[in-house]
Design a protein around this ligand. Structure first.
Ligand code: PMP
Length: 523
């Protein structure tokens, strides 16, 4: 039989084939609360309980009725969705609300300015760009000071009011010479330092997006290294070693020489040149396998970065928006960001929206003239974000309490499995509704099937396929730790849904314990 001409799928056919291998190529036709529906061969809806939660965008569930109502209202009212370069009270109201919340959680009155964007990676890139603009401007001020001081030194020597000491010359490795030689050497050395490209510090295991710049801050080499030539690369800091942040900052420290007149002497002073653009940190690593940053590391980051003048970008794209029981996961770690990035649930599950927040003391208004997007800061997504924040903050923070309470319930189920199946469940991690369950290494498992999946690096996907097909439970592994299943349902997840997950995971653990391929494949 001749085949139909041309490909049948023009939207990522390879990805679809890969999902099909694990039985995950199911198209959903409807969604509400924590449930996705697909159609069976008779056209009947089949419900699937969704623990994937749009990878974090569905804290308030699929098609939340209050959010949908707000969207309808906005469109029915003919709100001007795209009216760029005009004041937007809708976006400003979001920024105000975010500031109120940050004030409460950080215990500080310093305002944060908001730059809106459309996706998580875009908010990260906006934060990084802003930090780089700030760094370049600071370096520019320093360069101007050095030039002014050099001029003063030259003038003082030629007027005979000051002279270059041997010590000053020796400091720059010169044996002889006068002010001209000293200045030339300082300028030569300084120019070398000033030409250094910026450096980013990020944590091993971290994930900050997959755009050209942000993917270089994402640790996973599979995502990052094919594109290394496109953008500045990060220096990655291990999570578990004390002192690693200070060491990284010290290793990247750059010093320039300032030739100053001090009384009757021309002296050489050392000045720090800002080379490290920013340090990025997720308070709970999502794609890295649901790994919490320790209090000690958070404290070290705060202390060392402050001492070095290095801005901290706290990436709350997955952990924020109330998911872990507070608006920011970092606030309970005592970590204070110069920048915050938020996305995912800010869009209420229906809009594409993200924002980066910069504290006032770091803010550069010049950024507003050099950064924008057609779609950012639009009225539609701003109205949705307002509604999301209203829901989060209603009843004294009922959603935050729910995230904690539902999260504890879900976690206790996962911990019980770890207890019962120590040979199968390696670890259970996370906080609130950001939880992960890591399976033990199956690369030398007795079963050829499980061993094969593990060796191919797709064990988590294969296990997710089983949970979907046999138990109508949708979960996915995290992007960079593929033996860890992630659970990020909405705060409205019910006891029955948690029980359904528990039964499904229990059946899976029994299969893995018994290495029972027949049961896995459903015979
Ligand atoms: N940062 C973190 C912490 C994330 O979890 C993600 C998405 N998984 C991103 C950035 C990138 O967001 P987006 O997919 O919207 O670009």
């Amino acid at each position: 039989e001749p085949k139909a001409a041309g490909p049948v799928d023009l939207t990522e056919p390879h990805l679809r084939e890969t999902l099909a291998m694990a039985g995950l190529d199911v198209e959903y036709v409807r969604a509400e609360h924590n449930t996705l529906y697909y159609l069976d061969e008779n056209g009947e809806e089949v419900p699937v309980v969704d623990f994937t939660g749009g990878y974090g965008s569905l804290l308030l569930g699929h098609n939340n009725s209050q959010i949908v109502a707000r969207a309808r209202e906005a469109l029915d009212g003919q709100v001007p969705v795209h009216a760029q370069f005009a004041p937007s009270s809708h976006a400003n109201a979001v920024a105000f609300r975010l500031n109120e919340i940050l004030r409460r959680e950080l215990g500080s009155d310093e305002p944060y300015f908001a730059i809106f964007a459309n996706s998580g990676a875009e908010a990260i890139e906006a934060a990084v760009k802003h930090a780089e603009l700030d760094r370049v401007m600071r370096a520019g001020v320093l360069a101007a000071q050095l030039a002014a001081h050099a001029e003063q030194a030259r003038a003082a020597v030629s007027a005979g009011t000051a002279e270059v000491t041997a010590g000053a010359l020796a400091q720059l490795g010169l044996k002889e010479g006068g002010v001209a030689e000293l200045l030339a050497e300082a300028e030569r050395r300084n120019a070398e330092q000033m030409a250094r490209p910026p450096v980013f510090l990020a944590l091993e295991g971290g994930f900050h997006g997959k755009l050209m710049g942000s993917v270089q801050l994402t640790h996973n080499p599979g995502f990052r290294t094919p594109f290394s030539a496109l953008a500045t690369q990060a220096r990655f800091i291990p999570l578990g070693r004390r002192g690693a942040v200070g060491e990284a900052l010290a290793a990247e420290r750059a010093v320039v020489f300032d030739i100053v007149v001090d009384g009757s002497e021309v002296r050489v002073a050392e000045r720090d040149l800002p080379v490290v653009c920013a340090l990025l940190v997720e308070p709970i690593q999502g794609e890295g396998g649901i790994v919490e940053v320790s209090r000690e590391l958070a404290e070290e980051i705060g202390r060392e970065c402050q001492a070095a003048g290095c801005p901290v970008i706290v990436d709350e794209i997955q952990s924020g928006m109330g998911r872990t029981g507070s608006f920011l996961a970092s606030s309970s770690l005592g970590l204070r960001g110069d920048y915050y990035t938020l996305a995912k649930s800010l869009g209420g599950g229906i809009a594409k929206n993200s924002v980066m927040l910069v504290r006032q003391s770091r803010y550069r208004r010049e950024f507003e003239m050099v950064h924008s997007s057609t779609f950012a800061k639009d009225a539609f997504s701003s109205l949705i974000a307002q509604k999301v924040l209203d829901i989060l903050e209603a009843d004294g923070g009922q959603v935050y309490r729910l995230a904690t309470e539902r999260g504890n319930k879900l976690k206790s189920v996962l911990l019980a499995l770890r207890e019962e199946f120590p040979g199968v469940v390696k670890d259970v991690r996370g906080r609130g509704l950001m939880l992960g369950l890591e399976f033990t290494d199956q690369t030398s498992a007795p079963s050829e099937t499980f061993r094969g999946f593990a060796q191919a690096g797709i064990l988590g996907y294969a296990l997710a396929g089983y949970l979907l097909k046999r138990h109508r439970v949708r979960t996915f592994p995290t992007a960079s730790a593929v033996s860890t299943l992630r659970f990020e349902p909405s705060v409205y997840v019910s006891d029955a849904e948690i029980d359904q997950l528990a039964a499904a995971l229990r059946a899976l653990c029994e299969i893995l314990r018994d290495q029972d391929e027949a049961r896995f494949f459903g015979s």
